[in-house]
Structure formats: C-alpha cells, structure tokens
Design a protein around this ligand. Structure first.
Ligand code: GTP
Ligand code: MG
Length: 352
C-alpha cells in the first residue's frame, strides 16, 4: 500500500511509488486515490498540446523555471509567489519518439535537483482510454501532493486533445512553422479546445505565415476577436494579440477569446506573455464561475466513464463468457442486431 500520509507530506519517494502503482492499475492505487481525493482540487491544471516537435516540452521546461522563480510586482502585473510545479509528459506513441523523450530528459536537467519541481513521463500501456484514466489519476496524486501548477503535455492527435481539454483548466495549443503539416488546416478539434494559442519557434522562417494562418482560423472561430481588434483593442505589446476581451466591453462577445502568442522556447522569448495569459485565463475562470462549471462537467464525464466500465465488467461477470460469445454469434450470423442483443443482455443481467 502506498504511504498516503507521506505523499500528502510531500515525500518524493512515496509519490514516485504511488505513481507507479497508478500506472500499473493496482488495487493499492485505487485505495490510495480514494484516500487522497479529498485533498485534490487545489492545483491549476494546464494542458500543453499540439503536433509532435512543436516545442511543448521546451515550453513546459521554461514555464516551470519561471514559475519557480516567482516575480516581483512591476509592469507585468502583481507579484507572483514562486510556485511548485509538476510536469506530466504523456506520450501515447513512445516507440516512435524515443529520441524526443531522451531530448526532454536532457533539457530537464535544468530543473533537476529542485524540490519544487517534479517531472513524470507516462508511456502508454494498452489503450488510449487507459492512458487517459491513468493520467487523470497521476494528476490527482500530484494535486494532493501539493503542487501548485501541473503542466500536462500531450501530442494533439485526434480524440486525445479533447480528452486532455476535458481534464485540465487551461489548454495551451502549441503550433510551430515548418512541421510539414499545413498550419492553415489546423485541426478544428485543436482550435476548439484552445484557451491559448502559441506559435512557437518564432525564430524560424515561416513563423509569420503560421501566425497569419492561425489568426485567420481564430477569426473564423471567434468573429468577435476580429471586431474587437478592428476597434483598436489588442495593443498589448507585440507578443499578445489580442488580449482577452473584458466581458463588459463587448456585450455579445464570448467572454474569453484565445490570445495568440508567439514564443521562442529555446530562448525564453514570449514566455512572460504566455505565463501572463495563463494567469489571466485562470482569473477569468474564477471570476465567471466557469471554473466550477468545468469542474462539474469533468467529474460528470469521469464518473460516467468509470460507471460504464464497472457496469460492463459486472455484466461480463454475471452472464459469463459463454453467454456473451453466444450473443455475439447471433449478431455475426445476422440473426439479431447489436442493439437488440445489447438490450436483451442488459435486461438479463439486471434481473440476475
Ligand atoms: N528554433 C527553435 N527550436 C525549438 C524551439 N522550441 C523547441 N525547439 C526545438 O524543437 C525540437 C522539439 O522540441 P520539443 O520541446 O521536444 O517539442 P515537443 O513538442 O515536446 O516534441 P514531442 O514531445 O516529440 O511531440 C527540439 O530540438 C527543440 O530544441 C524554438 O522556439 N525555436
Ligand atoms: Mg515533448
């Protein structure tokens, strides 16, 4: 059994052991998570998603460094206390990007030895759904362990970015020029989940075109952003265009319009603007009540997913494999349709 009090007290080794239990899906992990749950809900969960190689890990690294440093009060805003930071790198396709993981490790040396930073790589074992659940549980453990900010890096590919957006408070979508994929055709799914859009590698050729393309997609998705920019808004320095629209200034505008930020992660350029946007988004979530709404929606989704898994397992257990196989045979032989068989099996299991 993982040592729950030690995890709560911030013991690194107890935390690492617990996370291994979670990744392996052991019963001890379930028990520990149940005990830790009342201590969760405090961390700001920040997702970094985008195409492979766009610079998510580099940004996570540099954001963590900055968050560790804190900031005195000044032109950038009020003082910021140094925050403790956990980074979770989720890599559903680790066999193919082994080199990138190695690269991450090397860069992460910058943060090694700092007790206020914890980095964990998650590799997929089995299904993507399983990975999403294990990641959510790892994040809960880190939250309970007291980390202020938890950065979760995922490769944006299909369903996974929707899952990650559901699981975090602030989703940062990281694009970069010259990845071979057409930024103009930025996946609608990615744009939809973005709270903040980043064009990283602004030092490379093609960055301007990438910014223009994303700006155009953003304008299509949020027409108010264009109106607002045309009204003379958005002059908050070169890095952030536009800043979020104050809800009161544009009555029918969406309350939050994703800002577009350009960064050079390897040079720490644009990092302050990105951090400011992340802070503004968190403040916005709190001020509008969106934080509790998202939280409820996320937990409803998690509860439903887990309930479905439980019910399906119970059904298999009650009816037994031969009965399930016989039912499938009927479907394959076109004797009954899947809907009818599912209804019959469910009714039968509930009667048992
Ligand atoms: N020129 C330039 N290179 C960058 C920048 N940011 C990151 N890189 C480089 O781009 C490569 C990929 O960066 P990563 O941070 O590993 O990107 P990633 O999105 O985490 O990659 P995956 O996890 O493999 O999807 C590395 O070689 C980085 O050094 C940047 O702003 N400018
Ligand atoms: Mg990475």
């Amino acid at each position: 059994m993982p040592d729950v009090p030690a995890v709560l007290a911030g013991d690194r080794r107890a935390l690492a052991r617990l996370l291994t239990h979670i990744e392996n899906g052991t019963p001890a992990a379930d028990a520990a998570l149940a005990a830790l749950y009342p201590h969760t809900g405090r961390a700001h969960l920040i997702g970094l998603t985008g195409p492979p190689g766009s610079g998510k890990s580099s940004l996570a690294n540099h954001l963590a460094l900055r968050l560790r440093q804190g900031r005195p009060a000044g032109a950038e805003g009020p003082a910021r206390e140094p925050a403790s930071v956990a980074i979770v790198a989720v890599d559903p396709s680790s066999p193919f990007t082994g080199g990138a993981i190695l690269g991450d490790r090397i860069r992460m040396r910058d943060l090694a030895g700092d007790p206020g930073v914890y980095i964990r790589s998650m590799a997929s074992r089995g299904s993507l759904g399983g990975l999403a659940r294990a990641t959510a549980d790892v994040v809960k453990a880190l939250d309970a362990a007291g980390f202020d900010k938890i950065l979760i890096e995922t490769v944006g590919a299909g369903q996974s970015e929707v899952d990650i957006a559901r699981a975090v408070h602030t989703t940062v979508v990281v694009e970069a020029p010259g990845l071979g994929d057409d930024v103009q055709a930025i996946k609608a799914g990615l744009l939809e989940v973005a709270d903040i859009l980043v064009v990283n590698k602004a030092d490379l050729p093609g960055a301007d075109a990438a910014v223009r393309a994303l700006r155009a997609s953003l304008d299509l998705a949020h027409p108010a952003a264009r109106r607002w920019a045309a009204d003379g808004g958005g002059h908050h320095g070169p890095a952030v265009t536009p800043a979020p629209v104050p809800a009161a200034s544009l009555p029918e505008a969406p309350a939050w319009i994703p800002p577009l930020i350009t960064t050079v992660a390897v040079d720490s350029q644009g990092l302050d603007a990105l951090l400011a946007a992340i802070e503004q988004h968190q403040a916005h979530l709190r001020a509008t009540g969106e934080l509790s709404r998202r939280e409820r929606e996320r937990l409803a989704h998690e509860l439903e997913t887990r309930l479905r898994d439980q019910l399906l397992a119970a059904l298999h257990h009650r009816l037994g494999s031969p009965a399930m196989a016989a039912a499938l045979d009927q479907v394959v032989a076109r004797e009954k349709d899947p809907g009818t068989v599912a209804r019959e099996l469910a009714a039968q299991a509930l009667r048992l």
